[in-house]
Every structure is written in structure tokens, then in C-alpha cells.
Design a protein around this ligand. Structure first.
Ligand code: HEM
Length: 372
């Protein structure tokens, strides 16, 4: 008997490879935004905590924190908007597993909406306080705890969806959705991977911000130096956590990842990117660059790292599910080409519109960001 619910009788309206491609691209972008939020928020909170005392270096820290807090509500809009497309693609490709896991922990899953709204509200409160020259680190900490909890719930859902062997027992214990799954050795490393990645992304982001002319010169070089050092430490930590992510997988999954050229190549790309992030961070920590080129290099490395780990993560899911006879590629497809064509045209037009908006923003006259 299959552990998965019956197949949806409606066939997929587009080829699996197209859904997969769009899923991975949009999810990698969601992860970039998530990492900026998790890492940027924690760094801003620490800067506020240590910058709470006025005068000298603490003031510098408060201004550096403000350069992050001012942008965090915008980052949150990207987290949410870039979370919606992969959510839709996940439902299409893995609905039978994904719906089951989210229903089984339904109370936690639905609480994400409330936690998200509270986190968003705190981001605005935190920034408003920092812009008035107040440290208010506790607001940042509360927002970070909420964001970390959301990440934890998402990691729990995504790991439970590939463990059909525990579903029946969980449902028999309670149909209320108020029980968490039994211990899973892959969950903690997976969550920590995202948290440490957040710090690496925050470091890269700070080097990027160091090129912004509206930020005062001493704050810019402080951001570049601190961001660089943070990127080095976080890159080392993430490699360690990645080791646990990989080694806690079942043998079959590890072998599958090593044998598949796509997953192996993506793993290598991630490893190369994280190595370069470490090296660039060391250079930035030492040289404190305030150039656009350094910022773009960091953005590129961040994107490459996110793309690499998103593909490997996808491999972990597909290989684990195929061990339970769930083959994502074996689904009935009846392609509706006019709809696919229309979708692609609108998708490209949407990207062009976003590109134009970004270019307008980049050309806007900078306004000084000095706080106190
Ligand atoms: C503060 C807000 C958020 C945080 C911190 C966050 C964090 C994360 C993390 C850590 C994961 C990876 C989980 C894992 O596999 O271990 C994830 C996956 C995901 N997130 Fe978010 N997320 C946030 C908001 C959202 C929102 C608002 C949406 C949708 C509207 C969303 C959609 C998704 C989807 C669809 C996935 C997984 C897709 C897949 O596995 O196919 N997220 N998120």
C-alpha cells in the first residue's frame, strides 16, 4: 500500500522540467531574501546592543545598524513575494507529500501567518527606534526570534514531507495538527545551515552597502571591514554545518547525491562559492573596500551559493522520496502550450518591469542616511 494519498486526477498543465526549473530559480531567490533577513536582522540587533552607549565607536555601530534596519522591511517584502512562487510549484510537484506534512503539523503551519505579521511589524518598530537614535536591540531580537521560529517551522514541514513512514503514527496520535514529528537527525543541521548562511549573506550585504554613497564615509568602511570578517567566520561555520547536513542523510541519499552529475556539480558550485565568499571576506575585512565592484562581486557569490545549495536541497528531497516510490518525474502531463506561452511572456515582462524599477531606484539621488 502506498503511503501517499491518491494522485490528483487533474494532469500537470506543463512539463515537469519546466515546473522544476521555475521552482528552483524562484526558491533560490527566496532563500537569498531569507538569508538577508535572518542574518541582517541579527547583525543589526548585535550592533544596536553594543552601540547602545553613546559616543565614539558605539555611534558608528548605531549608524551601521541603521543602514541595515532601514532596508529590512523591504527585504521582508522580497521574502514573502519570492516565497509565493515556489510555494505554488511545490504544491504542483509534491502536493501529496507537502499537503500531508503541513496538515499533520497544521497548528504550527498556520501559525506562520501570525508570526510573520508580528515579525514584519517589529521590523518597522525596530527601524523607527534606530532611526531616532535609540538602540532598541530588544525589538530586533524579538523580530529575529520570530523569523528564526518561522524558519524552523518551514524546515520541519519540508523534512516531514519526505518522511511518509511517520505520518500514520502521527495522525493516529492526534488529528488536531498540534504534534511535532518524532526526532529527525536531518532537521537541526538543515535549520542551522540556513541560520549560518544568513550570517554569510549579512557579511556580503554589508560589503555591498559600503558602496552606497548616501551612507557616511566612516560608516561605509566600518561596514566593509566588519562585513568581510563576518563573511569569513560564517563561511567556515556553514561548511561545518553542511558536513552535518550531508552526513546525517541516509546512505542511499548520500550515494545518490555523489553519483548524480547535477547534484554533485551543484554541490561543488556551492563549495566553490562559499570558499570564494571566505576569501573575499578576508580581503574585504582587511582592505575595507567601498567600491561598487566589490559589492557586485559579493552579490554574485551570494547568488551562486544560493543556486548551488537549492539544487542540492532539491536532490535530497527527490532522492529521499524516490526511496519511498515517489518519483516526481512520473506524473501525468497534458501540456497546455498557449497557457504556458502566455505565462512565460508575462513572466519575462514581470522581470523586465522589476529590472526597470531597480534601475530607477539605482539612479535616484541619494539622501544622506546619517542617524545621530
Ligand atoms: C520570515 C519569513 C520566512 C522565513 C524566515 C523563511 C525561511 C525559510 C526556510 C529556512 C526555508 C527552508 C526550509 C528547509 O527546507 O529546511 C524556507 C522554505 C520555503 N519557504 Fe520560506 N520563509 C519565510 C517566509 C515565507 C513565505 C511568506 C512563503 C510563502 C508565501 C515562504 C515559502 C517557502 C517555500 C515554498 C519553501 C520551500 C519550498 C520547497 O521546499 O519546495 N516562505 N523558507
Amino acid at each position: 500500500m502506498s503511503l501517499f494519498p491518491a494522485v490528483d486526477p487533474i494532469p500537470l498543465p506543463a512539463p515537469v522540467w519546466l515546473f522544476k526549473l521555475l521552482h528552483i530559480v524562484t526558491l533560490a531567490l527566496h532563500f537569498c531574501a531569507v538569508e538577508l533577513l535572518l542574518g541582517g536582522l541579527l547583525v543589526a540587533t548585535c550592533l544596536c546592543f553594543f552601540g547602545g552607549l553613546r559616543g565614539g565607536a558605539p555611534l558608528l555601530r548605531l549608524n551601521a545598524a541603521a543602514s541595515l534596519t532601514r532596508r529590512l522591511p523591504i527585504v521582508m517584502t522580497y521574502v514573502i513575494n519570492l516565497g509565493v512562487p515556489p510555494l505554488l510549484f511545490t504544491q504542483v510537484l509534491y502536493g501529496r507529500a507537502f499537503y500531508t506534512s503541513s496538515v499533520l503539523i497544521g497548528m504550527y503551519w498556520i501559525s506562520v501567518i501570525v508570526l510573520l505579521m508580528a515579525c514584519y511589524w517589529l521590523l518597522y518598530r525596530f527601524n523607527a527606534a534606530v532611526e531616532r537614535g535609540r538602540s532598541a536591540w530588544w525589538l530586533g531580537l524579538a523580530a529575529w526570534l520570530l523569523a528564526g521560529t518561522i524558519a524552523r517551522i518551514l524546515s520541519t514541514t519540508m523534512t516531514l514531507m519526505i518522511r511518509p513512514e511517520v505520518w500514520t503514527a502521527m495522525y493516529s496520535a492526534s488529528a488536531m495538527g498540534n504534534h511535532l514529528p518524532p526526532h529527525d537527525p536531518t532537521l537541526m543541521p538543515r535549520w542551522l545551515f540556513m541560520l549560518t548562511g544568513g550570517l554569510a549573506f549579512a557579511g556580503l550585504w554589508m560589503v555591498w552597502l559600503a558602496a552606497r554613497k548616501q551612507i557616511e564615509t566612516p560608516v561605509r568602511s566600518y561596514l566593509a571591514g566588519l562585513g568581510g570578517k563576518l563573511a569569513v567566520a560564517a563561511a567556515v561555520a556553514q561548511v561545518l554545518v553542511a558536513h552535518f547536513v550531508f552526513h546525517n542523510q541516509p546512505d542511499k541519499v548520500r550515494e545518490g547525491l555523489a553519483a548524480n552529475p547535477l547534484y554533485f556539480g551543484a554541490g561543488l558550485a556551492w563549495f566553490g562559492a562559499i570558499g570564494l565568499i571566505g576569501l573575499t571576506g578576508a580581503w574585504a575585512g582587511f582592505k575595507k573596500p567601498t567600491t561598487a565592484a566589490a559589492g557586485w562581486l559579493c552579490a554574485l557569490l551570494g547568488l551562486l551559493a544560493a543556486a548551488g545549495f537549492t539544487v542540492v536541497r532539491d536532490g535530497i528531497r527527490d532522492l529521499t522520496l524516490s526511496g519511498h516510490n515517489y518519483d516526481v518525474w512520473q506524473q501525468t502531463v497534458v501540456t497546455n502550450w498557449p497557457v504556458v506561452g502566455l505565462f512565460l511572456v508575462l513572466f519575462v515582462a514581470g522581470l523586465a518591469a522589476v529590472g526597470w524599477l531597480v534601475s530607477v531606484m539605482m539612479r535616484a539621488k541619494p539622501v544622506s542616511e546619517k542617524v545621530v
